[in-house]
Design a protein. Structure first.
Length: 67
């Protein structure tokens, strides 16, 4: 591993395993064409608010008003 690799991994060690997995997931979603808004809603719901409820995830995925 190079020094640059070590530096890029340092911030991730401050995150929990769950946050690292969710960050990787939302980054993958964001990389898909047309899903940047969905990815941002997922970040807000899953990582920022830490809301893993079915209703919150559904709203993040499909947008619109909460059910």
């Amino acid at each position: 591993m190079t020094d640059q690799d070590a530096q890029s991994n340092e911030p991730a060690t401050d995150l929990s395993v769950l946050d690292r997995v969710l960050t990787a997931f939302t980054t993958a979603v964001e990389s898909e064409e047309g899903l940047a808004d969905t990815a941002q809603r997922l970040v807000d719901t899953l990582i920022t608010k830490k809301d893993l409820s079915e209703a919150a995830i559904s709203q993040a995925l499909f947008g619109g008003d909460p059910a």
